[in-house]
Design a binder for this molecule. Structure first.
Ligand SMILES: [Zn+2]
Length: 93
């Protein structure tokens, strides 16, 4: 299979916004990385991963980010074509 992640479809809601109804806002496609969204304000990223991948990951698990740096799983998001949204952030330095 040659599934290429894309940022087609609506931009996902920021993970922070999901839990704070007064602060709902959407993420934006990340420059230079197809298939990755970012909320610069909260430094959270999102990408679509296969459901099996998401099921194998829990909050706080290590997740290699789009730039190869160490990241941490935040949570799963909504279902998308080809998988499910996965929110992650950079690991604490
Ligand atoms: Zn945000």
């Amino acid at each position: 299979m040659t599934e290429t992640p894309t940022t087609t479809g609506p931009n996902p809601l920021c993970e922070i916004g999901r839990t704070h109804p007064r602060d709902r806002h959407r993420m934006r496609p990340l420059d230079g990385y197809d298939g990755v969204w970012v909320c610069a304000r909260h430094e959270i990223f999102a990408t679509v991963v296969p459901q099996e991948t998401a099921d194998a990951l829990e909050r706080g698990d290590a997740y290699t980010m789009q730039d190869g740096l160490a990241g941490i799983v935040v949570r799963q998001g909504d279902e998308r074509p080809g998988g499910v949204l996965l929110y992650y952030r950079a690991a604490d330095a």
